[in-house]
Design a protein around this ligand. Sequence first.
Ligand code: AMP
Ligand code: ZN
Length: 112
Amino acid sequence: MSDCLFCKIVGGEIPSKKVYEDELVYAFYDIDPQAPTHFLVIPKEHIASCGAVTPENSAVVAHCFEVIAKVTKDLGIEEFRVVSNCGASAGQSVFHLHFHVLAGRDMTWPPG
Ligand code: AMP
Ligand code: ZN
């Protein structure tokens, strides 16, 4: 999607600090980290949010979670939080599906 920030990151038009990449998924550090470790895992394919997951595209969502397990293990992270905001009122600011992975500090519950 041509005007999507994360599609531009996947395409290399906008620089990012890569954590992991394969043919389906890209992961990179968040520009405004909310924890000592904070990276984002995104499908390369443009999916607007969790609300746009369908039987046709859900395999990449499962793959995102495989990547989260692998990358956290590779980074030596055992405890972490995964967040996906869906919709502006839930905190979504970039409308390309992404999973925040946050680690390195105690987390509170419920989130604000
Ligand atoms: P959300 O608000 O849940 O949609 O998350 C979007 C995230 O993207 C925020 O945590 C931003 O800090 C992050 N972000 C925005 N622009 C960039 C960028 N150029 N590189 C890395 N992360 C970004
Ligand atoms: Zn996109």
